[in-house]
Design a protein around this ligand. Structure first.
Ligand SMILES: NC(=O)c1ccc[n+]([C@@H]2O[C@H](COP(=O)([O-])OP(=O)(O)OC[C@H]3O[C@@H](n4cnc5c(N)ncnc54)[C@H](OP(=O)(O)O)[C@@H]3O)[C@@H](O)[C@H]2O)c1
Length: 344
């Protein structure tokens, strides 16, 4: 891998690979809304999308077909086009001198690749050798609220159950949820195209391969490995069940967390109220807790239903429910926050 830093220019030349996708669209919005200091923006996708225009700061920007040569002349490239595309093209972007921030899972567990959530391990960015990986969306949504607790009272064990939205599987899955819901309500058949099972009024185990040895699917394995790497706790005990639910956007997670020392729900609330990237939504009187619709379009991870885990008489375990927009903090926003730190 190249060890070149981005250009010393105060305004880097930025590229987005996968600009026409669900995450790509959010990357454009994040760069625009956060006034990312770029001198130029180029957009790449598959040859299917070449020639289309996307708006950035009210100006149309042409989408280019991705080739190795086309990646020349960029300082930062945000990849969001799947692992195969990252594996094939990220090395070329680095050879041309760019720093890559990669949303795919291609390089996340490589020992020399920082896996970064800026609220958790920002210092890891400085060790990059041309590529920084953006973690799995569930790992980010869980790590942001768990980290400030872990720093005060070390976490020994996490049990998680996810409620993952269509948007986590990309733009085509979001369309499949819309179309299959309409078809269901109209009594029409709808053959599943993107996902493995009927999606309307249904839920199912995450559609990644199950390892016959462990019984865990790829998504669950990624969550476990990546949370350990982000939090710098290679032995952290984590169990997770990943479920796809018919929600358009934003993932939710039920978390039960065991700490080294006793901890009260009040202490958890106080720590999270002051935590960056977290918003408490914990209104017991009105039964108002995190919901994916309220998390959609929000930068913060919503956290609530904070209560003692009554199955642990030691007083060291707490349960909570979180919801976070995985297209934003789980993908595009996190990547742009990393890029912001690259430009200082
Ligand atoms: N969705 C999420 O919440 C989420 C969260 C974290 C990470 N990620 C990761 O982000 C990446 C994109 O996910 P997504 O949800 O945005 O998927 P998506 O909506 O399906 O978009 C895929 C994008 O990749 C482009 N693409 C596909 N094949 C390509 C190729 N051979 N060369 C160049 N571009 C190609 C597509 O271009 P065309 O439009 O031309 O086909 C499109 O722009 C994936 O690696 C995913 O694992 C997604």
């Amino acid at each position: 891998m190249s060890a070149q830093p981005p250009s010393q220019s105060p305004a880097p030349r930025v590229g987005i690979v996968g600009a026409t996708g669900a995450v790509g669209g959010e990357l454009l919005l994040c760069l625009e809304q956060r006034r990312f200091p770029l001198s130029s923006l180029r957009l790449f996708a598959s040859p299917r999308s070449a020639g289309r225009s996307l708006l950035f700061r009210d100006e149309p920007v042409k989408v280019e077909a991705l080739t190795e040569a086309a990646l020349a002349g960029l300082d930062i490239v945000l990849f969001s086009a799947g692992s195969a595309t990252s594996r094939q093209f990220a090395p070329a972007a680095m050879r041309h001198g760019a720093v890559v921030v990669d949303n795919s899972s291609a390089f996340r567990m490589d020992a020399d690749v920082p896996l970064v959530v800026p609220e958790v391990n920002p210092a890891a960015i400085t060790a990059h050798r041309g590529l920084i990986a953006n973690p799995n969306c569930v790992a980010i949504v869980a790590a942001v609220p768990l980290w400030p607790l872990h720093r005060v009272n070390p976490i020994c064990r996490i049990i998680a159950a996810t409620y993952q939205a269509a948007s986590g599987a990309g733009a085509a899955a979001m369309e499949e949820l819309r179309e299959s819901t309409e078809a269901y309500l109209e009594g029409r058949d709808y053959p599943a195209r993107v996902l493995a099972h009927p999606y309307a009024f249904n839920l199912f185990s995450h559609d990644t391969a199950v390892d016959p040895l462990t019984g865990y699917n790829d998504e669950e394995t990624k969550v476990i490995r990546e949370m350990r790497k982000i939090m710098g706790e290679p032995e952290l005990r984590i169990g997770v069940t990943c479920i796809r639910v018919p929600v358009l956007r934003a993932h939710s997670i039920a978390l039960t967390v065991e700490f080294a020392d006793p901890i009260t729900p009040e202490a958890v609330r106080a720590l999270l109220a002051a935590a960056p990237g977290v918003r408490l939504v914990d209104d017991v009187a009105h039964n108002h807790f995190p919901m994916p619709r309220e998390a959609s379009g929000q930068d913060d991870i919503l956290v609530g239903r904070i209560r003692r885990d009554v199955s642990d008489p030691s007083g060291r375990s707490v349960a909570m429910f979180v919801a976070g927009d995985q297209l934003l903090k789980g993908a595009a926003l996190n990547a742009v926050q990393i890029a912001e730190r690259l430009v200082g």
